[in-house]
Design a protein around this ligand. Structure first.
Ligand code: AMP
Length: 187
């Protein structure tokens, strides 16, 4: 079986969530959004949710072991057999290494890495005007999330340098999706 295993990465505000949903429609494999998983935990009031909320509201990253555990549990589920769209994970080099080890242990095929690129001033503008009412969309938290992205997540692109496709995230949603589709379909 040919698996469709995709990592969609990029800075906050790049449109990962929207584009991930389109990939789900196209490939029929689940979206695994670690941000959504954490927000569900926050909404449920679980211990994880209570701890994560403080970290998320600051714009920081939830610790690697927690995230790696969550993703492992999710990827082991049956609905991921034919593939998955990872949105928001891995966000650190340690997460990327753990994911590689996990996929190897699970005997999974290779992953495709697509990174959406958008300049910082455009991101700030988009996030502050998106009006989703997220508690981590304050000006301070947004600036922190961008800084954390540049410091901790951009090095992940270096880790995947042999396989990553960079996709320009400026333009309308359909145009950006067309670029992502081409990157996913490239031999
Ligand atoms: P997102 O919806 O992907 O922007 O994620 C929202 C917030 O959840 C982030 O700012 C982090 O605090 C946390 N988060 C999501 N995914 C991860 C991850 N892979 N590692 C650490 N923290 C994460």
């Amino acid at each position: 079986m040919v698996e469709v295993n995709i990592i969609l990465t990029g800075p906050p505000g790049a449109g990962k969530g929207t584009q991930a949903k389109r990939l789900v429609d196209r490939h029929g494999v689940p979206q695994i959004s670690t941000g959504d998983m954490l927000r569900e935990a926050v909404a449920s009031g679980s211990k994880l949710g209570r701890e994560a909320k403080v970290i998320m509201d600051r714009g920081d990253l939830v610790p690697d072991p927690v995230m790696i555990g969550l993703v492992e549990e999710r990827l082991r589920r049956d609905d991921c057999r034919a593939g998955f769209i990872l949105d928001g994970f891995p966000r650190t080099r340690a997460q990327a290494e753990a994911l590689d080890a996990l996929l190897e242990r699970l005997g999974r095929e290779a992953i495709r890495v697509v990174a959406i690129t958008v300049a910082d001033d455009e991101l700030q503008r988009r996030i502050l005007s998106r009006g989703e009412g997220r508690s981590d969309d304050t000006e301070e938290a947004v600036a922190k999330r961008l800084a954390v992205y540049r410091r901790d997540t951009e090095p992940v692109l270096e880790y995947y340098k042999d396989s990553v496709s960079l996709v320009d995230g400026v333009g309308d949603v359909d145009d950006v999706f067309a670029r992502i589709r081409d990157a996913v379909d490239a031999p």
